[in-house]
Design a protein around this ligand. Structure first.
Ligand code: C2E
Ligand code: MG
Ligand code: MG
Length: 701
């Protein structure tokens, strides 16, 4: 039964009201004045109060205010009984907190209805309040706030939670008022979104980071909004840090190995797919190194699984170290600049390393070797010294397969082969590649050794003036005497020397030796001519060639007028502006520059005009069929004309027959070089040859 407190000093009125309400099923409590009313209210906590205004001791206004102030009294509906036209009392009653009023004389028949309606709406208000409280709680737990943005005035109202979420003590009434709390990295981005949102007035959502005031931690905030009407946007704001972290954790669990923290198999497959794309685009190779630790089981069995886990972690650290450095062309070992290498653990003692951008198969072999070496150094597992080794199988994309499955399977197969060969080694899936890698390694090692032990020497091939027959110059050609293989052609070892960067010291040795030789000959009184030295593209790119030449000239005392540098056009064409600069620096030293193997590159004639060079050497491939192939004959003729038009001396290389010589003579080629004149000769032979040649030409003259 709902309880009603009826307050009236007029006994008749009190009785009538009580009667009417009791009859309607209310539980009625009575009070004869305002003071008693407050006491009764506190004692019974009625659901509604009906109160007269004019009473002794404490009037209705005072009593109403006192009830409102007492515990639980804030929301109890209070119905005031006022005089009929007493507007002032009505006003005062509301100010004291009354819910509604009835005027005297009271219609006691209708009073219960009035009371019932008031109770119903009070209950609705209670329910609403309760659900608002629940909602508030839920929002607090969910770290969710809401806001309303009136577009005409640009004013924003924030729910109380918003300030906490945005880590702002007080939020202004503009949507952008939280921007100060946003991390510097995100601020510009967020400001941009808000600007656009204002212009569009459409749905939007975005995320950003704020720094927590208390803990300094970064929180991730999600904002979402949609238009409510033409001039109102409603939105939410939520701290989603925990959710994001949980998602990240789930991702980590799915993509990383728990023991080592390395990518797992699923992750590796993704990375292989990416590498495949990259390789296809750039036309490069990558390698998969499949590793298996030898005798890992023994560690697990004897020292326990914790020690085993520790070993796996230490192995992964060493692998990371090992792949961070790899050889690169020309500069020995240097750090890898791209971060595309991947180390993954497939489970157990199996690891896979993805080595990207493998220009040469040896690159993959280098990494494999370094891994074998670093793993074979002893590990300390909580005081136990343990030595293990690893065996590696290597597959290459695209050579050994075009899918992650195939590449892994083939690397695995290669790993088993390597195990059969004895552990602690590596093996390529393809036998021919394996052989190639081994040979290249051996050659490289031998080149290095020869460089130290004087395994190189020079031969000299003359160039003669086609009309006078006089010696115009000579070209120094490097020779490699391999300890087992004998003479190795420069065509075979120069490319390797270029790839490994060994061409730099070899080239410097050639330059120094040729200059010394020339000085010696000049001292002996030989007829002066120009000594040409070949210079590789790699030397120009890797070193300051002009400086190297300058120092060599100073040290040997050779007059730069007797030195010529032969460069191939391909290099100069790669970066024309740079090529011109390099050539100019060489020319400034006072030496001669010639373009070697002219016609084999793709130089554009307009650039050729700008290159500061003295000479063109027509490549021997054009000279070879000169007398049988009219096409080649036409090319050679136009090259000669072109060279002369550009004021360049022109030399034909590889002249072997009198017919070729005759043709070149007729076409006014300046100089010739080739077996017809002489093969490259050792220095003593060359000196003899020159002397006899000189006396011959003198005789002829
Ligand atoms: P290149 O500079 O065009 O040298 C000319 C090559 O043609 C030499 O081969 C020479 O022996 C050969 N040759 C000369 N006359 C004839 C002929 O009448 N018929 C035929 N069939 N061949 C002839 P080589 O000495 O084997 O050198 C090959 C290439 O190796 C050179 O081509 C040059 O590019 C490179 N090279 C040689 N020495 C050096 C060096 O010291 N430094 C650098 N960077 N490269 C060098
Ligand atoms: Mg040459
Ligand atoms: Mg040549």
């Amino acid at each position: 039964m709902p309880k009603v407190l009826v307050v009236d000093d007029d006994m008749a009125g009190l009785l009538m009201a009580s009667e009417a309400l009791s009859a309607a099923g209310f539980d009625v409590i009575e009070a004869a004045d305002g003071q008693i009313a407050v006491a009764q209210y506190n004692a019974h906590k009625p659901d509604l109060v009906v109160m007269d205004v004019i009473m002794p001791k404490m009037n209705g206004f005072e009593s109403c205010a006192a009830i409102r102030a007492s515990e639980g009294g804030e929301h109890v509906p209070i119905l005031m009984i006022t005089g009929l036209d007493d507007v002032e009392s009505i006003q005062q009653a509301y100010e004291a907190g009354a819910t509604d009023f009835v005027t005297k004389p009271i219609n006691f028949y209708l009073l219960p209805y009035r009371v019932r309606y008031m109770m119903r709406s009070a209950k609705n208000a209670d329910d609403l309040r309760a659900s608002q409280i629940r909602l508030g709680k839920a929002q607090r737990i969910a770290k969710l706030g809401h806001w309303e943005w009136t577009l005409d005035t640009d004013n924003v109202e924030w729910s109380s939670e918003c300030g906490n979420i945005l880590q702002c003590e007080s939020l202004g009434n503009k949507l952008s008022s939280f921007l100060d709390a946003v991390t510097a990295d995100d601020r510009g981005h967020v400001a941009g979104i808000l600007e656009r949102a204002k212009a569009d007035a459409g749905r939007f959502n975005f995320e950003f980071r704020v720094i927590g005031c208390d803990d300094g931690d970064t929180r991730i905030i999600h904002v979402e909004a949609e238009p409510e009407s033409g001039h109102l946007m409603v939105g939410t704001i939520q701290d989603i840090t925990e959710r994001t972290n949980a998602e990240e954790q789930i991702h980590n669990l799915a993509y990383y190995d728990l023991v080592t923290g390395l990518p797992n198999r699923a992750h590796l497959y993704d990375m292989i797919a990416l590498a495949q794309k990259r390789s296809a685009q750039k036309n490069t190779k990558f390698a998969l190194l499949f590793l298996d630790l030898d005798h890992f089981k023994q560690v697990n069995d004897t020292l326990g699984h914790n020690a085993g886990d520790l070993l796996l972690r230490q192995v992964s650290a060493r692998l990371t170290q090992a792949i961070r450095q790899r050889p690169s062309i020309g500069a020995g070992i240097e750090p890898v600049s791209n971060n595309t290498e991947v180390i993954a653990r497939l489970g157990g003692d199996e690891f896979v390393v993805l080595v990207d951008f493998v220009d040469r198969v040896e690159d993959a072999a280098y990494v494999a070797r370094r891994i074998c070496q670093t793993i074979s150094e002893s590990f300390n597992l909580d005081g136990n010294e343990v030595t293990i080794s690893t065996t590696i199988g290597i597959s290459l994309f695209p050579d050994d397969g075009n899918s992650a499955e195939k590449l892994l399977k083939h690397a695995d197969v290669a790993m088993y082969h390597a195990k059969e060969q004895g552990r602690n080694g590596y093996q390529f899936y393809s036998q021919s590649i394996h052989q190639l890698a081994l040979e290249r390694f051996a050659m490289e090692r031998d080149l290095r050794k020869s460089l130290e032990s004087g395994g190189f020497h020079l031969e000299y091939q003359p160039k003669v003036n086609i009309s006078t027959g006089e010696v115009a110059g000579l070209e120094a050609l490097v020779r490699w005497q391999h300890p087992e293989r004998g003479r190795v052609s420069p065509a075979d070892f120069i490319p390797l020397a270029e790839e490994t960067g060994l061409i730099v010291p070899i080239g410097e040795w050639v330059l120094k030796t040729a200059c010394q030789q020339m000085v010696e000959w000049l001292d002996q009184g030989i007829q002066p001519f120009i000594m040409a030295v070949n210079c590789s593209a790699i030397q120009l790119v890797r070193t300051d060639m002009a400086q190297v030449i300058k120092e060599t000239l100073e040290r040997t005392g050779l007059n730069p007028a007797y030195l010529e540098i032969e460069l191939t056009e391909s290099l100069l064409m790669q970066d024309v502006e740079r090529g011109i600069k390099i050539l100019q620096a060489l020319k400034d030293l006072g030496l001669h520059v010639s373009i070697d193997d002219f016609g084999t590159g793709f130089s554009s004639l307009s650039y050729l005009k700008r290159l500061p060079v003295d000479k063109l050497k027509i490549d021997q491939s054009f000279v070879k069929d000169l007398t049988t192939d009219p096409g080649d004959a036409a090319i050679v003729t136009s090259m000669i004309t072109l060279a002369h038009n550009l004021d360049l001396t022109v030399v034909a290389e590889g002249v072997e027959t009198e017919e070729q010589l005759g043709f070149l003579h007729a076409e006014k080629c300046d100089e010739v070089q080739g077996y017809l004149i002489s093969k490259p000769m050792a220095c003593e032979d060359f000196a003899k040859w020159v002397r006899s040649r000189q006396s011959e030409t003198r005789k002829a003259a």
